[in-house]
Write a protein that binds this ligand. Structure first.
Ligand code: MLT
Length: 303
């Protein structure tokens, strides 16, 4: 039996690729691969060679892969749920803190200071950049998969009052969720009461623009929104209006675009949710093991 051929598209850590071992030919210029492994690059159907059997996404979302077309052609698609959950959780906590405490504005302001009396000038910033603590505030977590559960539990430990909502999993059945997380039976309740809302759901036809005009109309004035999931979950025009009207005070998005980038109140983050060496290794190793198990043993496992 010849070697299995694996095409790498982008962003796969060496620790992961090394797991393929000697029975694999791995590279970015392979024309007739048995499998493809990729991170965020968009994969088009035209790139499917005849004998392609499987594709592994080293990450949670699969919206960069034409999954339906793959199913029709019998190509198995894997993703790596949970492998980057800790990295995203940490960024979600940072996002709540940096939007509340005006950390980015404060840093930019401090960098612009000049003169011999810097300590004196710095004192002025104290009042200018004061912001509320997150302890005791209400957080709504939308989506209780691996990432949402970790964010909810971390927020409980930070003494926030946490409400969980998931369109598919009941709060009672979200694995590993702290009992301190309260159930939001419907989104309106969560919108009405929460000071912070964080999204941890995939992008689908149902979830696209889930936060739009109607949702913002229900929200508590001054709410802070964190979106580390996918940009299209939020309607850009509607959140710009909600920011202008003061309904939303801050929007931390891991998916900045031209419309949003300079809007006051938008904190653009360059898709850093999963960008830690630990998460990149976890995702790559999991994706490689999935491909190997499938090609060598015919097993399909998404973990
Ligand atoms: C994900 O879907 O898990 C992230 O988009 C991963 C990444 O940053 O590549």
């Amino acid at each position: 039996m010849g070697k299995y051929k694996i095409k790498t598209l982008n962003g796969i850590s060496k620790t992961g690729l090394d797991k393929f071992g000697q029975n694999y030919e791995v590279g970015s210029d392979i024309d007739t691969p048995d499998g493809i492994i990729l991170r965020s690059a968009s994969l088009h159907e035209t790139e499917f060679p005849g004998n392609l059997h499987c594709i592994a996404r080293a990450g949670a979302g699969v919206n960069n892969i034409p999954v339906e077309r793959c199913s029709e052609k019998g190509i198995v698609v894997f993703n790596t749920p949970g492998a980057n959950a800790n990295a995203v959780k940490e960024l979600a906590v940072a996002a709540m803190l940096l939007s509340s405490r005006k950390i980015v504005e404060g840093i930019n302001w401090a960098r612009s200071l000049k003169g011999d009396d810097l300590p004196k000038q710095v004192e002025k910033g104290k009042a200018q950049f004061a912001g509320p603590e997150i302890s005791g505030k209400r957080l709504g977590v939308i989506g209780l998969g691996a990432i949402g559960v970790m964010v909810a539990n971390a927020a409980v430990n930070l003494e926030m009052e946490v409400y969980g909502y998931d369109p598919y999993i009941s709060v009672d059945h979200a694995w590993g969720l702290s009992r301190a997380v309260k159930k939001a039976n419907d989104l309106r309740k969560l919108f009405k009461h929460c000071d912070y809302i964080t999204l941890h759901i995939p992008l689908t036809d149902e979830t696209k623009h889930m936060l739009g005009k109607e949702a913002f109309a229900e929200m508590k004035e001054g709410v802070r929104i964190i979106n580390l999931s996918r940009g299209e979950l939020v309607n850009d025009e509607d959140i710009i209006d909600a920011l202008g009207a003061g309904i939303v005070s801050e929007y931390v998005t891991d998916f900045p675009n031209e419309k949003l980038i300079n809007v006051p109140g938008v904190i653009p983050v360059p898709h850093l949710g999963a960008s830690t060496p630990e998460s990149e290794d976890n995702c790559a190793v999991m994706a490689v093991m999935q491909l190997k198990d499938f090609l060598e043993n015919g097993n399909i496992r998404n973990s």
